[in-house]
Write a protein that binds this ligand. Structure first.
Ligand SMILES: *Cc1c(COP(=O)(O)O)cnc(C)c1O
Length: 358
């Protein structure tokens, strides 16, 4: 009835809405610090742009090419506009790449731990995922990944910075890695969190001009604060971009999503401000974790992954939830991931953790 590969799938368990969870737990107030959303909201320009939309156009299909959004992104990154493909969130691009590239029996490399969608879609296509452990500092181990390449390898995922560890690889390291990967293997660098590094030369988008087998992914869901609108994109070269365009759904972005993303992209000062605040709060989190004696990885993102050393991560997770704060557990035994929130929420969670450990 269904294809062999999907029979044993474990479905993605999405976050409950805040309202659902509040009701379930009997809470008046609940702050989600588990999904890496932008704690500082969305650019005010987004609402202004959406207000101008004419609802009488609701019967018309959206612009399949997302031309306005395409043009401003291409000009900002100084790339050919034809190198861009948009998705209903980056999730859709991850699915599309897997669907277009993979056949049953192919091998896919990803780091471990990393974003779970890479493995899910490899599995749906009947491919085999080979996960490669991180190095001692929690960074993606490019040498070990290179050693894991076989004649069956078709795709390599590099999440940079990596979710859930938050660790970051310099562009030069990725360049050296891609140089050694055979051209028949597609290397995908997921830069969902690249804005939060604070560096301006950290992206490898420019390397797509040099390497035809390199794909770079971006999303509007994190630093741009648009998770609800579902907009992500890939930068890649011929001939892969043509195959992706041929296989994608023709109207995967609503006009609403395109307007919102365009307005958000134009307001880089909102992104800059978000990043500044996140970096300042991230430093306070690091300071707190050191003082509390809890090991963590150096994060270049809007979240921190830490070990509940000497305690029980699930119990701490529940204690924080009962006090109105939701963190992410279940990614690694004894570890929790916290999204950098607003200053008052970070402080409150830190105090709760300190009380719990005392
Ligand atoms: C959040 C996230 C995405 C998905 O982003 P959407 O555009 O919201 O689908 C992709 N990759 C990583 C690593 C993420 O953390």
């Amino acid at each position: 009835m269904v294809k062999e590969a999907v029979k044993n799938l474990k479905p993605y368990v999405p976050e409950l809405t805040l309202e659902q969870l509040k009701k379930q737990k009997g809470l008046d107030k609940l702050v989600r610090m588990s999904a890496n959303e932008n704690a500082y909201g969305t650019s005010a320009d987004v609402a202004k742009a959406l207000d101008k939309w004419h609802y009488r156009d609701a019967n018309l299909y959206p612009d399949s090419n997302a031309d306005e959004l395409r043009e401003i992104i291409a000009s900002q990154f100084d790339i050919n506009a034809d190198k861009l493909i948009f998705g209903n969130g980056l999730d859709e691009i991850i699915e599309l790449l897997s669907r277009v590239i993979l056949e049953p029996g192919d091998e896919v490399l990803d780091p471990a731990p990393t974003f779970s969608e890479y493995a899910l879609h490899a599995e749906i296509e009947g491919a085999k995922i080979k996960s490669v452990g991180l190095d001692d500092s929690g960074r993606i181990d490019l040498k070990a990944m290179a050693r894991s390449i076989s004649s069956k390898t078709k795709m390599i995922w590099i999440c940079n910075p990596n979710n859930p560890t938050g660790t970051f690889l310099e562009a030069d390291a990725i360049r050296a890695f891609v140089e050694d990967v055979p051209e028949a293997i597609t290397v995908i660098v997921d830069e969902a969190y690249i804005d939060f590094t604070g560096g301006i030369h950290d992206s490898v988008i420019q390397l797509t001009k040099e390497f035809k087998n390199l794909v770079v992914l971006r999303t509007f869901s994190k630093a741009y604060g648009l998770a609800n609108f579902r907009v992500g994109f890939a930068v890649c070269s011929d001939p892969l971009i043509g195959y992706l365009q041929a296989a994608r759904l023709p109207y995967n972005l609503s006009t609403f999503a395109e307007i919102a993303a365009t307005a958000a992209f134009k307001d880089q000062s909102f992104v800059d401000n978000t990043v500044k605040k996140v970096i300042a709060e991230r430093k306070k989190w690091e300071h707190f974790l050191i003082k509390a004696g809890l090991p963590f990885y150096d994060s270049a993102t809007n979240f921190i992954f830490f070990q509940v050393k000497g305690g029980d991560a699930d119990a701490l997770h529940e204690y924080l939830l009962e006090n109105g704060y939701l963190l992410r557990n279940g990614l690694r035994k004894d570890w929790l991931r916290v999204t950098i929130g607003r200053p008052e929420d970070n402080q409150a969670v830190q105090k709760l953790i300190a009380d719990y450990l005392a």
